[in-house]
Design a protein. Structure first.
Length: 247
């Protein structure tokens, strides 16, 4: 009897170790192939949406097809994951847990690399960045650095009206992009606006914050990372049906 119990414990331990090894292998494959877009925990990144919650409603075959073939119409490329690596990747995706809905703002006092301090409310953050609203309602875009300090960023040149500036010439004086390097331009991040079938809008950028509108709603984004800062929706009888310009 004791022998059977011992053997059962050994078998259970072996199964647990195999499961841990499989998850570790799946995690490595996910980090190499998927985390750059979907985030390290599958809850969304700069270039792709959250998949931790979506995977629950998909079969292994559907996930495998999506990984191998991609979603070309939505900007997701195909990934060449081998048959040997696929089971562990599927196991890791299945083990992901959706992040709780909604970010909980909290007070924080930060020290910048310049020595200056800022105190306010963190209204959004990730592993690399944070958005802090101070008492004057100004939003500070922060990047985390080694040593627990932050670096504040902003836009080099604002695009503060539909046509860029009051003159309306839709011209920027920025020089980083020219004929010699324009072919190397690639997306830095993608923001998927829910419930938008088509957009006719020019984003507004002010102090590093990008404002993008759809009919009856507006999103404020960190222009450097694409992270949503806030969202406003106007509903009811006073709502408009079309929005072309961001004000």
């Amino acid at each position: 009897m004791k022998l059977l119990a011992t053997l059962s414990l050994i078998l259970a331990a072996a199964i647990a170790l195999n499961a841990q090894d499989s998850l570790a292998a799946g995690r490595k494959t996910f980090e190499n192939r998927c985390s750059g877009c979907h985030g390290a925990d599958g809850n969304g990144g700069e270039l792709g949406p959250a998949i931790a919650r979506r995977a629950v409603n998909l079969t292994d075959a559907q996930i495998k097809t999506t990984v191998l073939e991609g979603l070309p119409t939505k900007g997701m490329p195909a990934n060449n994951v081998s048959d040997a690596d696929m089971p562990a990747l599927l196991a890791y995706i299945r083990a992901m847990r959706p992040r709780r809905v909604g970010f909980q703002a909290y007070p924080l006092k930060v020290t910048l690399v310049t020595g200056k301090t800022l105190e306010g409310t963190v209204i959004g953050e990730s592993f690399d960045d944070a958005q802090l609203r101070t008492s004057d309602n100004h939003i500070h875009l922060l990047r985390k650095t080694d040593g627990g300090k932050f670096r504040e960023v902003t836009s080099e040149v604002n695009w503060s009206s539909y046509n860029g500036d009051p003159g309306g010439n839709r011209f920027t004086t920025l020089k980083q992009i020219d004929k010699s390097n324009v072919k190397r331009i690639a997306p830095r991040w993608i923001f998927n606006m829910p419930n938008a079938n088509g957009l006719e809008v020019t984003p507004i950028v002010q102090d590093g914050v990008m404002y993008v509108t759809n009919a009856n709603e507006c999103y404020a984004l960190d222009a450097g990372s694409g992270r949503p800062i806030w969202h406003f929706s106007r509903l009811g009888p006073e709502a408009w049906s079309v929005t072309r310009r961001a004000a």
